[in-house]
Ligand binder design. Structure first.
Ligand code: CP
Length: 322
């Protein structure tokens, strides 16, 4: 893609990684390269014919061991808009149910000459283990409570497009920090690009020593909201909790939910973000989710461009025509 090549040259940096596993592993320059590449791909989705030949001849596999709407669909659209061949494998309908191991499954996919594996798994580190065992590129689509790099990259792209910058912004992430891979990836990405991150949530949903990663922690939701440029709300991840860690959803909403009254105490131009899926009436009221400060659906739109960039960069230079 000419646009992407221009973006890479503008950054003066070539992508050298086989995989995209987390924002902890990326430098600020590599994050900026993904964002610049995504920016150059955004307009393809606005064309009447949303397709370019950048990944023609490449085969991409979605391998999801956990449910997904946004990530899975936008990776599929991203691959198709770059003209790659795209295959979806649902773990529950695969030979894993007959006792095959994940690594044997991956070796078989490698024998089928796939180029990129996109992996979501409930256990932290599974995409990393697979990446070490295969020559195919691996993109982490969410591993347990560890990282969700493309979500953080689309969050960064959304903030950059809305605010014109990331450096110096105050971003408050409110909710279930302990079980959130999005919070971890966002924290790495935002701090590397110079934002000030505040984490807020019930003490039972806040990991100990998270300040060591460069965040400020507060239990006071009013303090987290008042001078923030960006409010990022997270749902409570019941599926990752072994015991009830909040007394009730009603109490959680009263203490931490973003409703009309709390939004009025924020800056008038504050961005309201959420990675989805939203639990309306718990962490976010509909008045806020659907209101003028919300960029939640812009996040989803930007997810396609970011995933196009991720697929393009890990796939390496385009093949020479024979
Ligand atoms: N934000 C996100 O990862 O959404 P899905 O679980 O629907 O992919």
């Amino acid at each position: 893609m000419a646009e992407a090549a221009v973006a890479r040259e503008a950054q003066g940096l070539q992508w050298t990684k086989k995989d995209l596993l987390g924002l902890e592993d990326l430098s600020a320059e590599e994050i900026r390269l993904v964002l610049a590449t995504a920016e150059s791909f955004r307009e393809i989705s606005l064309r009447p014919i949303k397709k370019v030949p950048a990944l023609r001849g490449k085969t991409v596999v979605n391998l999801f061991f956990e449910p997904s709407t946004r990530t899975r669909t936008s990776f599929e659209l991203a691959a198709k808009r770059l003209s790659a061949d795209m295959i979806n494998i649902t773990a529950s309908a695969s030979s894993l149910t007959k006792g095959e191991t994940i690594l044997d499954m991956v070796r078989n996919l490698e024998a089928l000459k796939v180029d990129v594996l996109i992996i979501r798994h409930a256990a932290a580190g599974v995409p990393h283990t697979i990446a070490r065992q295969t020559n195919a590129s691996v993109i982490n689509a969410g591993d347990g409570a560890h990282e969700h790099p493309t979500q953080a990259l689309l969050d960064l792209l959304t903030i950059q497009r809305q605010k014109g910058r990331i450096e110096g912004l105050k971003v408050s992430i409110i909710g279930d920090i302990a079980h959130s891979r999005v919070a971890r990836s966002d924290l790495w990405g935002l701090t590397k690009l110079g934002a000030c991150v505040t984490l807020c949530g019930p003490p039972t949903l806040m990991p100990s020593h998270i300040e060591d990663l460069g965040a400020r922690v507060t239990w006071d939701v009013a303090e987290a909201i008042t001078d923030a440029d960006v409010l990022m709300l997270l749902r409570i991840q019941h599926e990752r909790q072994e015991a009830a860690l909040v007394p009730s959803l009603r109490e959680y909403r009263l203490r931490y939910g973003l409703d009309e009254a709390r939004l009025r105490s924020a800056k008038p131009d504050v961005l309201v973000m959420h990675p989805g899926p939203i639990n309306r009436g718990v962490e976010l009221d509909s008045y806020v989710a659907d209101g003028p400060n919300s960029v939640i659906l812009d996040q989803v739109t930007n997810g396609v461009a970011v995933r196009m960039a991720a697929l393009f960069l890990v796939s390496g230079p385009p093949k020479v025509e024979e």
